[in-house]
Design a protein around this ligand. Structure first.
Ligand SMILES: Nc1ncnc2c1ncn2[C@@H]1O[C@H](COP(=O)(O)OP(=O)(O)OP(=O)(O)O)[C@@H](O)[C@H]1O
Ligand SMILES: [Mg+2]
Length: 321
């Protein structure tokens, strides 16, 4: 009887020990299973339209955008996804008035910007700020002066007011007392933070982020994402975030559009995006490149033809044998 009980207890302890070891080995860690904080949105469902694209087309060597239409509402953060070269940056530059569309209209508060002259476009750019893909921090100015630059450009002269605003912006982008640092002393993440501070210096209504988290390490990525969300909530900004980074989209976007072949391939909220049965979207979510994209990649093409050559050679050798 005692022997049986002893054996059962040994067996149970063995099973408990194994499940602990295997669970630890094969199950995703708790850190990975905790869902990323979804956007605690500041968007109140406003229907006030800030930006509207109507059948916008733009070609360079080939048609990049072939009739893109979407709306951006007050307080909303729109995430824009799409593979490299799909026209994401071009779309932002069109909205900021840095490029003109070949066809279609771009409305800002209902006014078509496509016919605006340079003076009107300068006014537009004060209200629509663009954080460039590369960060674009001036080499010849320290962090504080980089942030003060748009204030001075706007005509602010009172040094005390400029310092107050710069200090506020440094704190807003979590750069604290780094105002005296020079560009070479900044990490890539910090450069992005400076670029964001400069973009919001003049209280724009709309902020366009071009790949705000590209090229920075995961921890800094998280803090830049948090920063975008915080600014969106505290400064009541309406924004568009162009990115390849799904985590960034998950944290900041109220709505998503995906560009593919010059048109909007998907438009909807996070839930619709994640539950979409579309194989292209599923592959994007899984972090894989869609087959179609792979075939267009020259490196993949070279590899495939090498594989083919190898295969044909092998077959020939087999036949000879
Ligand atoms: N000023 C320009 N002159 C000529 N071609 C351009 C110009 N700007 C963009 N293009 C072309 O338009 C296409 C789309 O460019 P865009 O920069 O919008 O891509 P993207 O989606 O932002 O890509 P990435 O994710 O790599 O930044 C590319 O083929 C690019 O070479
Ligand atoms: Mg781009």
């Amino acid at each position: 009887m005692f022997l049986k009980l002893f054996l059962v207890m040994v067996l149970l302890s063995y099973l408990a020990l194994m499940s602990l070891i295997l669970g630890h080995r094969f199950l995703p860690s708790a850190r990975n299973t905790v869902p990323l904080p979804r956007k605690d949105t500041a968007f109140d469902g406003s229907t006030e339209l800030i930006v509207e694209l109507e059948n916008v087309g733009k070609s360079f060597d080939y048609p990049v955008l072939k009739g893109v239409s979407f709306k951006l509402r007050q307080g909303e953060t729109l995430g824009v996804l799409g593979k490299s070269g799909s026209g994401k940056s071009v779309t932002l530059k069109l909205i900021a008035g840095l490029l003109k569309p070949d066809v279609g209209r771009i409305l800002f508060h209902g006014k078509d910007i496509t016919g605006m002259n340079e003076r009107e476009l300068l006014e537009l750019r004060k209200r629509v700020s663009y954080v460039f893909q590369g960060g674009a921090v001036f080499d010849f100015l320290n962090v504080g002066e980089n942030i003060a630059y748009p204030l001075r450009e706007r005509g602010m002269k009172d040094e005390k007011k400029i310092k107050e605003r710069v200090d506020y912006l440094l704190a807003a982008v979590e750069l604290g007392n780094m105002g005296d640092l020079q560009k070479p002393e900044l990490s890539i993440g910090a450069k992005k933070q400076v670029a964001i501070a400069r973009a919001i210096a003049n209280d724009p209504e709309v902020i366009l982020y071009d790949e705000p988290t590209t090229g920075i390490d995961p921890l800094v990525k998280k803090s830049v994402n948090r920063l975008i969300r915080k600014l969106n909530e505290q400064e009541h900004l309406t924004s568009i975030v162009v990115t390849h980074d799904l985590k960034c989209i998950e944290m900041v976007a109220d709505r998503i559009i995906m560009l593919k072949d010059g048109v909007i391939h998907f438009e909807g909220d996070q839930e619709a995006f994640h539950s979409s049965p579309d194989p292209y979207i599923q592959a994007f979510i899984a972090g894989k490149r869609f087959d179609e994209d792979r075939r267009q990649d020259p490196e993949v093409r070279i590899q495939e033809s090498e594989d083919q050559r190898q295969e044909t050679g092998d077959r020939r050798d087999q036949n000879r044998e």
